[in-house]
Design a protein around this ligand. Structure first.
Ligand code: ATP
Length: 357
């Protein structure tokens, strides 16, 4: 069988450091992968005056999967391409506790759920502008309170788009995903999170489509919480969840919150799938406050690579990588500063590699 081709893009800030460390593990673990590291991000900006050179984009189009570091300001075009142009409309964010990770809870043992975030629309539809423009186009529009757009005066607007097509495809994915997890021994529960009591039309639609789709899967159980209530429940009852399905911005915020249950942003990886080429990235951003110091925790990117290996149907390799991560947390001797350790990014990655040998 031909080697799977992975394009690794560091991006900005700590991105290149954590991607290099992860590639070091993947390349030296004997996995059957061809890893290509074309120029991109802040480094490419210096050398080519272009953060996303044409050749890099072409390599992404023909890859089996893409491993991505992080976006600051420079690499926004890369993220836009990977997420919106390639149409990876589902973001899978597992929240799983590994013994030894720096949780904010007294007892995190057994936390193991997944946040599925709609990744293409909602509040991140990039449809913003001047209120004056909206006022001009929608002269007769009234809010439920009877206010016209002119009543607001000058300012900006952001459209929060919840399309039927976008929500339906996401809801179907969430149900299939929960069904698959159920087969692997999980609860088989979908928790839909919205703010449909206030956003009655947009989140009302999101919720009703989720409910229509879940009904087609009688083996799944279902519950719905408002996002403010969910923010609290994540802290109080984190072991009750299985698959949490929510809108783009809610998923973004809840995942950062949930990361603290299991050790913080340095530990939580993610997969962006269902588009033309899937890509895999940590939940954290470019962390400019620690960039260039070789102290960022590479675990979030290593666990993103684990999701990538599963996606590439390299399940034994994915399991081996996850077991190695679990082992270094349990042992605790090679963890980075965010976990109370002293290891550098590369030392932490090398410890993961040693566990696999
Ligand atoms: P974005 O807007 O892209 O989410 P941000 O600057 O808001 O970026 P992050 O880059 O996610 O947020 O960083 C938030 C905090 O978490 C920072 O203090 C950062 O140093 C810390 N952090 C993020 N990633 C890591 C990591 N891999 N290891 C250690 N600390 C991290």
């Amino acid at each position: 069988m031909a080697k799977k081709k992975v394009v690794a893009l560091g991006g900005d800030g700590v991105g290149p450091e954590v991607v290099d460390a992860t590639c070091h593990v993947l390349q030296n673990a004997g996995f059957d992968l061809e890893i290509i590291k074309p120029p991109c991000g802040e480094a490419a900006m210096k050398d080519y005056s272009n953060a996303f050179p044409e050749e890099t984009r072409r390599l992404c189009d023909t890859a089996d999967a893409i491993l991505f570091g992080a976006t600051g300001i420079t690499s926004v075009a890369i993220l836009a391409y990977l997420r919106w142009f390639l149409d990876n409309y589902v973001n899978i964010r597992p929240v799983k506790y590994y013994v030894g990770a720096g949780t904010c809870l007294k007892d995190a043992l057994g936390i193991d759920f997944v946040i599925l975030r709609e990744n293409s629309e909602g509040m991140y539809s990039f449809a913003e502008g001047d209120l004056a423009l909206l006022r001009q186009k929608l002269a007769d529009f009234r809010t439920i309170m009877g206010k016209s757009l002119a009543d607001f005066g000058d300012g900006k607007f952001a459209l929060r788009i919840v399309s039927e097509r976008g929500t339906r495809r996401f809801a179907k994915y969430a149900c299939e995903y929960a069904t698959q997890r159920r087969k692997n021994g999980y609860l088989g529960k979908v928790t839909c999170v919205t703010k449909s009591n206030v956003l009655r039309q947009s989140d009302g639609l999101f919720q009703s489509i989720m409910e229509e789709e879940v009904k087609k899967y009688p083996e799944l159980s279902y519950e719905h919480y408002y996002v403010d209530d969910m923010a609290r429940r994540l802290l109080r009852f984190p072991k009750e969840f299985d698959v949490v399905a929510t809108e783009n911005m809610f998923g973004d915020i809840l995942a950062d919150e949930a990361s603290e249950l299991v050790g913080g942003l340095g530990v939580v990886g993610s997969a962006c799938v269902e588009g033309k080429v899937a890509y895999f990235e940590s939940v954290h951003g470019s962390a400019p406050d620690i960039a260039g110091r070789n102290i960022a925790n590479p675990t979030a990117t290593i666990l993103s690579a684990k999701l990538m290996l599963d996606y590439l149907e390299m399940h034994q390799e994915a399991d081996a990588l996850e077991r190695a991560v679990a082992a270094i947390y349990k042992d605790g001797k090679n963890l980075t500063y965010d976990q109370g350790g002293k290891a550098t990014t590369m030392e932490c990655a090398k410890a993961v590699l040693r566990q696999m040998k």
